[in-house]
Design a protein around this ligand. Structure first.
Ligand code: ZN
Length: 451
C-alpha cells in the first residue's frame, strides 16, 4: 500500500550506501579541521558541493566559530614505550579538540583524564571538549583496569589555531524558488550510525533528486552539528523565508524502525509527510528541544518547518556515542529503507496539492468519462476507490496526502487517480499554497542587517 511498494530499493543500493559509509568511517572528523575537509571532498566527488570556509572567531548569534583543530597523533605510553592508549588504533581514543601536550604523569595524575564507557567494559566512549580547552583519552574499561601503577608519557600532537569551519552546500534548482532543506552533520569521527549513515543517505538522495527536473528547489547542507547549522542560519537570512520544508537526516542505518520527529510547528506539511513515509512500523514523535540540528532550525527566532528522520533516536540505542557504533551496527537494508523513505517524502512534496471536484453534485458517471475499468498494472478495485475518494474529498480543503491518509490508499495511487480525473476534466488544481502554516522567520530581517 505504501509508495515504497511502487519503487523498491534496488538490490545493490543498500550495499552502495554501506560502502560509502565505510569510506567515510575511518576519517577523524570534528567540528573543524582537515577531517571535515576530507569528508566533504569525498562527498564532492559525487555531488557538486560548494565548500564554504568560515573564519575562526566569527560571531554566530550567541556563539563563536572556535579555533580550527587538527590532529596528527596522540598516545599514552607506559614505562616500556608501549602505546597503551593509541589514537592510531581508533580515533575515539582521543577526546576531540584535545589541546597539544607532551608530558609525563603518574597513573594517579593521569586517571581523571581517562574516560571509560559507563555501561560496557569493552567499548570506547566518544567524548569532546570543543569550547573549553582541555585534553583527555577514552578507552575501554578493560584496558583501563590493565594499567599498572607507574609513570606514563602522554603526547597529543594536535593544533588549535586560527583557521576555519568548513561546510558543504548544494542547491538543486527547481521550477519554483520554494525550497526544501536537507541537513546532515559532519562532525563525528569514527561513528557509523551517528553520522556516516546520514552523510551516505543524504549524498545518494541528492544524486537521485538531481536526476530529473523538479518543481521545488532542494538545498543540502553538510555541516558540523550545532555551530554548523547556526553558521548556515546566520549566513542565509534571505534564504530562510523560502524554506518551506526541511529534514535533518541522521542515524539512518541501524536496525531500529524509522522515527520521524515533528518540527516545532507540529502541523506543517513536512510533519504530515514525515509521519506518512514512516507509517508502516515507524513511529512519529513530538518536537523536543533536544537532539540534533532541528534544535537550531526550530528555535523560536526561526521556527522553520524542519523535522528529523532517524531510525533509533539519539541516546536510544546502547551503542550510541561509543566504538560499538561501527560498520556492523548499520546494515545495507536499513540504509536503503531510509533512503527510500526520503525519496517518498520528495515524491509527496513534489506532487501534493489541493484539487476541486468540478462535478460535485452526486457522483459523476465514471463510465461516461472513460474512467471505468481498463486499467493496467493496478487492481481495478483500488483504482476505483481512489477515484471516488479523490472526487469526494476534493473540495479545495484537502490535499492528496490528506486523502491518502484518510482512505488508507498510497499517495501514489491517490495521485494517479487525481491525474486521471484532471485529464477527464472532472478535477482542477487549487492554486493556493498547500503549506498549512508558512513559516516566516520573525527575526530574519534583523539578522540580515546585523551580519
Ligand atoms: Zn552524536
Amino acid at each position: 500500500m505504501d509508495v515504497s511498494a511502487r519503487a523498491p530499493a534496488t538490490a545493490g543500493e543498500g550495499g552502495q550506501l554501506h560502502a560509502f559509509a565505510a569510506r567515510l568511517y575511518p576519517i577523524c572528523r570534528s567540528i573543524t579541521g582537515n577531517g571535515v575537509r576530507q569528508t566533504l571532498a569525498l562527498i564532492r566527488a559525487r555531488i557538486p558541493l560548494t565548500v564554504h570556509e568560515v573564519r575562526s572567531g566569527t560571531r554566530v548569534f550567541d556563539w563563536e566559530v572556535p579555533p580550527e583543530w587538527n590532529i596528527e597523533d596522540a598516545c599514552v605510553m607506559d614505562a616500556h614505550g608501549r602505546r597503551v592508549v593509541d589514537f592510531r588504533q581508533h580515533n575515539l581514543h582521543l577526546v576531540s579538540y584535545s589541546e597539544p601536550l607532551a608530558t609525563t604523569l603518574s597513573l594517579q595524575e593521569l586517571a581523571p583524564r581517562l574516560h571509560v564507557h559507563p555501561d560496557n567494559p569493552e567499548w570506547i566512549p566518544y567524548r569532546t571538549s570543543y569550547y573549553q580547552r582541555s585534553w583527555g583519552f577514552c578507552m575501554s574499561a578493560l584496558a583501563r583496569e590493565a594499567l599498572g601503577a607507574g609513570q606514563y608519557r602522554v603526547e597529543v600532537k594536535s593544533s588549535l589555531a586560527p583557521g576555519a569551519l568548513s561546510y558543504g552546500e548544494l542547491i538543486i534548482p527547481g521550477r519554483t524558488r520554494e525550497e526544501v532543506l536537507f541537513f546532515t552533520h559532519t562532525c563525528h569521527p569514527s561513528l557509523a550510525n551517528d553520522n556516516t549513515s546520514g552523510m551516505s543517505v543524504a549524498t545518494a538522495l541528492a544524486e537521485w533528486i538531481a536526476r530529473e527536473p523538479r518543481r521545488l528547489t532542494y538545498r543540502f547542507v553538510f555541516a558540523p552539528g550545532t555551530i554548523g547549522s547556526l553558521v548556515w542560519l546566520k549566513r542565509n537570512p534571505r534564504v530562510l523565508p523560502r524554506i518551506r520544508h526541511g529534514l535533518v537526516l541522521t542515524l539512518l542505518g541501524d536496525r531500529g524502525a524509522l522515527t520521524y520527529k515533528r518540527s516545532r510547528l507540529e502541523d506543517s506539511e513536512i510533519d504530515a509527510i514525515g509521519a506518512h513515509v514512516i507509517a508502516h512500523g515507524g513511529t512519529s514523535i513530538g518536537f523536543s528541544p533536544y537532539g540534533y540540528d532541528e534544535r537550531q532550525f526550530c528555535s523560536p527566532g526561526f521556527n522553520l518547518p524542519v523535522g528529523r528522520l532517524t531510525r533509533s533516536v539519539n541516546g536510544g540505542y546502547p551503542e550510541y556515542h561509543s566504538s560499538a557504533d561501527d560498520l556492523d551496527l548499520i546494515t545495507p537494508d536499513c540504509l536503503a529503507e531510509s533512503l527510500e523513505a526520503c525519496r517518498n517524502a520528495v515524491r509527496i512534496l513534489e506532487d501534493n496539492g489541493r484539487y476541486l471536484n468540478l462535478a460535485p453534485w452526486g457522483e459523476p458517471r465514471l463510465g461516461k468519462h472513460g474512467l471505468y475499468g481498463s486499467v493496467g498494472g493496478r487492481a481495478p478495485g483500488e483504482r476505483e476507490h481512489a477515484l471516488l475518494w479523490v472526487l469526494n474529498q476534493s473540495d479545495g480543503a484537502h490535499t492528496l496526502l490528506d486523502i491518502a491518509q484518510r482512505s488508507g490508499l498510497s499517495f501514489a495511487t491517490v495521485r494517479a487517480a487525481a491525474r486521471e480525473l484532471e485529464a477527464a476534466r472532472l478535477l482542477r488544481p487549487v492554486r493556493a499554497a498547500v503549506t498549512k502554516r508558512t513559516a516566516r522567520p520573525r527575526l530574519a530581517g534583523k539578522i540580515g542587517r546585523k551580519s
